[in-house]
Design a protein around this ligand. Structure first.
Ligand SMILES: *Cc1c(COP(=O)(O)O)cnc(C)c1O
Length: 422
């Protein structure tokens, strides 16, 4: 693909885009706002509004307690089964539950407890910090020495595959990594790294938070053991919507949920006094699910399934390439750095641009230019592309406005540093 810096190029690409109509399925209330934060909170599908109204007014309002038997009880499995289609898993291997952090805790602890003769968890320093906090909590709980080996990336961008290879050994119980790294968008080779873990007899647990709905994932093809991920990013499930977890079918009977609760009990309404776990994936559930925020995950997943991950990925690659092209033409000369992999096959669906004044530039984009990116410490302006609704013109405009921020020195009026949500 030959890109140009002309606005006509973006308009032509949008005109040819066979996924362009999906944009109309989302609420876009500010036409001039360029929203590139879909990788932190995806847009609201119109169908989710209708569904939320139906659940509140009809189901909760009229059906009351009967709602549980009229569909609420099965929501976590039903929607998990649809997410499984996006991830190359079987319907009975993915279920909606809790938050990503909590699911990681349950699966990591289960994996460690199942292998008492191994004393090490291997991860990297590109992982989401909460994932490391969870692992530290796991290590404090187990009744044996458990070492967490955090392998550093040499450049803060690319995954340290060689060093991981050295670190994973016969004492490793678990290898856990973010498949698509939250800062740089580096994307691990799911099959190759899972194979590395298996060669030493370790279990592999992937965090798919920045991959689900943004890049094709083939859990079966890669023979992945365990995975978790969130639904409010590229799945457009809404703020704080519950997460998903995946346990390969042959492991479902071998691993136990460490937070045993009545939703995982075999015959829960017998109210027996001792725990006997459900035979399938349901024993990884604990308590009553949040029905409203679980149900409203489904419309976003339906849109992704209709678009198809292969077509979404093709568009996402072309859009991140286009963004990087504009960065090279306009922004590299102004002191910006590319903090994401240059090679498309190792890059997820966002691009991080670094700059010494990154935080202040981010503020100017938001407050003066109607562009919403993310900022990730120390210098990353993170631009998330959600190919269901991001247009080529959005990308053109965002980069044009970013250049204007620099030319007009609009960032100079903002202070350094803050800890607010961006
Ligand atoms: C967003 C994200 C999470 C979120 O975890 P919560 O428990 O929902 O707060 C976890 N891991 C990664 C890699 C993420 O990007």
């Amino acid at each position: 693909m030959i890109f140009t810096t002309d606005v006509n190029f973006a308009q032509e690409m949008d005109a040819q885009d066979e996924l362009a109509s999906f944009r109309h399925r989302f609420v876009i209330s500010e036409p001039n706002l360029i929203y590139l934060d879909g990788n932190s909170l995806g847009r609201l599908p119109h169908d989710s509004i209708t569904l939320a109204q139906e659940i509140v007014n009809e189901q909760w309002g009229n059906r009351l307690i009967r709602g549980w038997n009229e569909g609420w009880m099965g929501l976590q499995e039903q929607i998990g089964g649809k997410i499984a289609q996006l991830l190359g898993a079987a319907a009975d291997e993915v279920i909606i539950a809790d938050s990503t952090s909590t699911n990681l805790f349950k699966l990591a602890l289960a994996a460690v407890l199942a292998q008492p003769n191994r004393h090490k968890i291997v991860t990297d320093d590109l992982n989401f910090p909460s994932d490391l906090y969870i692992l530290q909590g796991v290590a404090r709980l187990v009744n044996q020495p458990l070492h967490i080996q955090v392998i550093p990336s040499s450049d803060g961008i690319h995954g340290p595959v060689e060093a991981l290879m050295q670190a994973i050994d016969e004492d490793t119980a678990l290898v856990t990594l973010s498949h698509t790294v939250f800062k740089s968008a580096y994307m691990y080779d799911l099959t190759a790294v899972t194979h590395l873990a298996h060669q030493s007899g370790a279990l592999m647990l992937w965090d798919l938070s920045h991959s689900a709905g943004s890049v094709p994932v083939d859990l079966h093809g890669a023979n992945v053991d365990l995975a978790v991920g969130c639904t409010y990013k590229y799945l457009n499930g809404g703020p704080g919507s519950p997460a998903f977890l995946y346990v390969r079918r042959d492991l479902q009977g071998k691993l136990g949920n460490p937070i045993t609760g009545w939703m995982g009990q075999q015959h829960m309404f017998d109210f027996a006094l001792s725990y006997e776990r459900d035979s399938g994936l349901r024993h990884f559930l604990t308590g009553t699910p949040p029905v409203l925020s679980t149900a409203t995950i489904e419309p976003g997943v339906d849109l992704l399934l209709a678009a198809g991950m292969a077509r979404l990925r093709a568009k996402s690659v072309q859009q991140t390439e286009y963004l990087i092209y504009l960065y090279e033409q306009w922004l590299a000369p102004l002191g910006f750095r590319l903090n994401s992999p240059r090679e498309a096959n190792r890059r997820g669906s966002h691009v991080s641009l670094g700059h010494d004044d990154g935080w202040r530039i981010d503020q100017a984009l938001i407050h003066d230019m109607e562009v919403i990116p993310d900022f990730r410490h120390p210098d990353n302006i993170r631009l998330g592309i959600a190919p269901l609704y991001t247009s080529y013109h959005d990308i053109y405009e965002a980069m044009r406005r970013l250049r204007l921020v620099m030319e007009r020195r609009l960032y100079e009026k903002y202070d350094e540093g803050s800890t607010a949500v961006t």
